[in-house]
Ligand binder design. Structure first.
Ligand code: 5RP
Length: 232
């Protein structure tokens, strides 16, 4: 299977974990979009679920396809979140935010009893960091914030280019919460737990794309099927 087919297979498998009456967190990205398509088919067939989308983009797709939506103010406790990832390691620590939705994704996953990650096989790594770590930062004083990010990262063995994300016109990318994203090309992150903890203490850092202790299962499309991976 190609990576695109692997994403589809993982998304289809994830739909098997959805039960009637569930309150769902619904992720962002191409794999999550595949999940929304499968979910919408099941909703057409009579499945009753309600979803909290993790981005405006996901909300739009759900609405177009007829997946009923709510929000965390009305529905603060969710049964299950299904979302993609940019990388995961054997402990199911994740890098997320390649699609720019890491803040809402983390809030929604944290409000859920379980989070199932759906990916293709290319996302599996022994050590996080080959994918640039996205960090969501308040625009005010962002360069000062990022200077501090670089100092903290260095103390955790992480060095590399830190670049503000741009949109397709070369203009600054703004998240759904009107913040910047800085992508940190560290190459390797030897201590994701420590790095995440310390980065979150920096004033101006809203969230990082490190998801630690949040994912409970990964469904990973491979060349021959879907692997079901529990955290080690
Ligand atoms: O974190 C994310 C968006 O913020 C996505 O889950 C991540 O980028 C994976 O995307 P895709 O499913 O397109 O590979």
């Amino acid at each position: 299977m190609t990576p695109a087919e692997q994403k589809k297979a993982a998304a289809a498998k994830a739909a098997e974990y959805v039960e009637d009456g569930m309150k769902l967190g619904i992720g962002t990205g191409s794999t999550s979009e595949e999940f929304v398509r499968v979910l919408a088919e099941r909703v057409k067939g009579g499945l009753r679920v309600i979803g909290v989308p993790t981005s405006e983009r996901t909300a739009k797709l759900c609405t177009e396809l007829g997946v009923p939506l709510t929000n965390l103010d009305d529905t603060p406790h969710l049964d299950l979140t299904i979302d993609g990832a940019d990388e995961f390691d054997p402990a199911l620590r994740l890098i997320k935010g390649g699609g720019g939705a890491l803040l809402r994704e983390k809030i929604v996953a944290a409000a859920s009893d379980r989070m199932i990650v759906i990916t293709d096989a290319t996302k599996k790594v022994a050590m996080l960091g080959a994918f640039p770590l996205p960090i969501e930062v308040i625009p005010f004083g962002s360069l000062a914030t990022v200077r501090r990010v670089a100092e903290v990262a260095k103390a955790y063995g992480c060095e590399g280019k830190i670049a503000r994300r741009a949109d397709s016109y070369g203009e600054p990318f703004f998240t759904d919460s009107n913040n910047f994203i800085f992508d940190c090309s560290f190459g390797r992150i030897p201590d994701p737990d420590g790095l995440a903890r310390e980065l979150n203490l920096i004033p101006g850092v809203v969230e990082t794309g490190l998801f630690i202790g949040i994912a409970t299962l990964a469904l990973v499309g491979t060349s021959s099927g879907v692997d079901i991976i529990e955290p080690k």
